[in-house]
Design a protein around this ligand. Sequence first.
Ligand code: ATR
Length: 284
Amino acid sequence: MTGFDTEDDIIPRAGVIGWPVDHSRSPKLHGFWLQQHGLSGRYDKLPVPPEDLAAFMADLPKEPGFRGINVTIPHKVAALPYLAQVDPVAQRIGAVNTITVQPDGSLHGSNTDAFGFLESLKADAPGGWSPAAGPAAVLGAGGAARAIIVALLDAGTPEIRLLNRSRDKADALAAEFGSRIAPADWEARAEALGGAGLLVNTTSLGMAGQPPLDLALDDLPATALVNDIVYSPLETDLLARARARGNPVVDGLGMLLHQGRPGFEAWFGVAPAVTPELRAAVLA
Ligand code: ATR
């Protein structure tokens, strides 16, 4: 499937650009919603190697019917220079994941990962989650961590304990995002869980094919919510161990599903919902 060579180009179109993009679940997500709402539209995987990004972005507004795209690795930061407008949340995160072609042909970029993260906690946390529950412990300081830090700051989280293997990256985020970020050494990650109201893993540790997440949970209050953004497997070792000791847990699929909502609505004109049927379809 290629991006721009169709004859049926008057139907509304969107897609996801990445390199590689084969693994993306976004076509299942948006495909489900298109079908559910009986919309004529399509959403494709669009493999775009880095050397083709400039040409792709230049061509995007010229394609009749193309409403916009999701952006995944390695283009989330690289796409920024091609955008006429970048919303403030995306500017703070420093990356975009959703681009909409404006009526005048200019490109608008946003980042819906922070929204998706908070919406998934709202929808899926047993008993809910409130920033008033106390400090959050965040593992990792990469792109996903930036989105979650912005979400937690905007939600009013009083303190974000940031634990990263490379301490300098955690320090850099603290310098950027301010005094509510409390960086700590990776070696001290278990102790950093004391008194926390939320624990989030934003690293790839625990993902199928990646090393396990080595983290003792003894110091974590049993009331703390535990979220893993890894969703393959859906029940990570972290979530299983947290659940076994009585912590409420939220898996990583919700963030993926909820982050897709604003793009779908902008491109296809319908506000979609995240349902158990959608979860099953995207996991299948
Ligand atoms: P993403 O955009 O998904 O956040 P990323 O920007 O590559 O991906 O960030 C990956 C995160 O996982 C980083 O925080 C990384 O730690 P470093 O900054 O020290 O590289 C973390 N990570 C990956 N592999 C790890 C490992 N084996 N042990 C500890 N942390 C790891």
